[in-house]
Design a protein around this ligand. Structure first.
Ligand code: SAH
Length: 347
């Protein structure tokens, strides 16, 4: 459960209740946990010495038992075409992940990674090319927010779990992250401002629905029949489209949150009228929204598309009664757009 670093407990990965238990085990009063929690998640100190309402002796004890993890900024790339900034972060074991800060009309959104690499093998995605290394700890997901806000001096208003990795393949750490992120006495971000994107790990969609966090579920659909989807997304061999759509309907019924479907449009692969019709049949009667993304270029693959095809496909969908928009592409010049993130360095 909690990762040990040099035998020390990773304190930023603990839920508030777990921190309380640890503090009681140290023979301290319960209210101390609240004070520490605020130092960590409200004031965001990176050192126990800064916790000035605790005795020096207690701070010493804390630093013997716990560690406060941090991320190192290896690279910071700012786009010249929009205000997107991409961070390459180094983790304490030398692995790297990417995080993207984006500006929208309503505020700033942060796209965070959930794994080092990815094992899902989607054909069009750069994040999976170098394979999978390991899951991120809750603290490492959270620190992408804390370090980016600190570095940029910007308050992030929404989070999308759409960086490197498959969030539902790291279910326990991701849900723990969500609970820490939204804790009322701590960082206090409403999960209504969070979107989680999945390639379709069906049993975990059911589990997530039952947690009823109020977050938006984004589903990377990208194809409308099993033959095509299995060709470009191997996960479809395990959980097919009908099973996926049934899980989405369950999520919607359970949470009342409409599902957002991602559809990376690829010329000659998934952009035909027949596919638009199939899509409208699949989503019939379901409160949903389709986000069309002209497929972004990655150097290892030949897939192409452009905004014009995306607009054409969107218009076909709208005529068929499907709620669809073309998503704005941000950060293209710094490889920060959907599917372009990767773990650049290998240890
Ligand atoms: N593993 C999760 C989270 C990644 S989110 C998932 O699959 O949903 C990143 C989004 O970008 C996903 O919808 C993914 O399918 C999409 N994507 C990947 N490569 C892309 C590309 N080259 N162009 C456009 N979108 C892409």
């Amino acid at each position: 459960m909690t990762e040990k670093n040099n035998e020390k407990i990773d304190i930023l990965s603990l839920s508030f209740e777990e921190l309380e238990e640890e503090i009681l085990l140290l023979g301290e009063k319960k209210f101390r946990a609240k004070q520490i929690w605020q130092w960590l998640h409200v004031k965001r100190v990176r050192n126990f010495d800064k916790m000035s309402n605790l005795s020096a002796q207690f701070r010493d004890k804390l630093s013997n038992v716990f560690c406060i993890k941090s991320l190192i900024i290896s690279k910071r790339l700012a786009s010249n075409i929009d205000n997107t900034v991409k961070y390459l972060y180094e983790l304490s074991d030398g692995n790297h992940i990417e995080t993207v800060l984006m500006e929208y009309n309503h505020g700033y959104s942060l796209c965070v990674s959930t794994q080092v690499g990815c094992k899902m093998g989607c054909q069009f995605c750069a994040s999976t090319i170098a394979g999978f290394k390991r899951n991120l700890e809750p603290s490492e997901i959270l620190l992408q927010l804390y370090e980016t806000e600190r570095d940029s001096d910007i308050k992030v208003s929404s989070i999308v779990l759409m960086g490197i990795g498959e969030p539902l393949d790291n279910f326990e750490n991701v849900t723990r992250f969500l609970e820490i992120l939204s804790d009322k006495g701590g960082n206090n971000m409403s999960l209504r401002h969070v979107s989680l994107s999945t390639c379709g790990i069906v049993p975990k969609i059911y589990e997530l629905a039952d947690k009823n966090y109020g977050l938006t579920l984004s589903v990377s659909l990208h194809a409308t029949n099993d033959v095509k989807r299995s060709e470009i997304m191997p996960v479809n061999n395990k959980y097919n489209i009908n099973e996926l759509i049934a899980a989405c309907r369950y999520y919607l019924n359970k949470t009342g949150r409409r599902i957002s479907f991602e559809y990376a449009l690829i010329d000659g692969v998934n952009d035909s009228r027949e596919q638009a019709e199939q899509l409208s049949r699949l989503l019939r009667g379901m409160q949903s929204h389709v986000n069309i993304i002209p497929v972004n270029k990655i150097k290892e693959r030949e897939f192409t598309s452009d905004r014009k095809s995306a607009v054409r496909f969107r218009d076909m969908l709208i005529k068929l009664g499907v709620n669809a928009t073309v998503r704005r592409t941000l950060g293209l010049d710094i490889d920060a757009a959907c599917g372009q993130l990767r773990r650049e360095y290998e240890i």
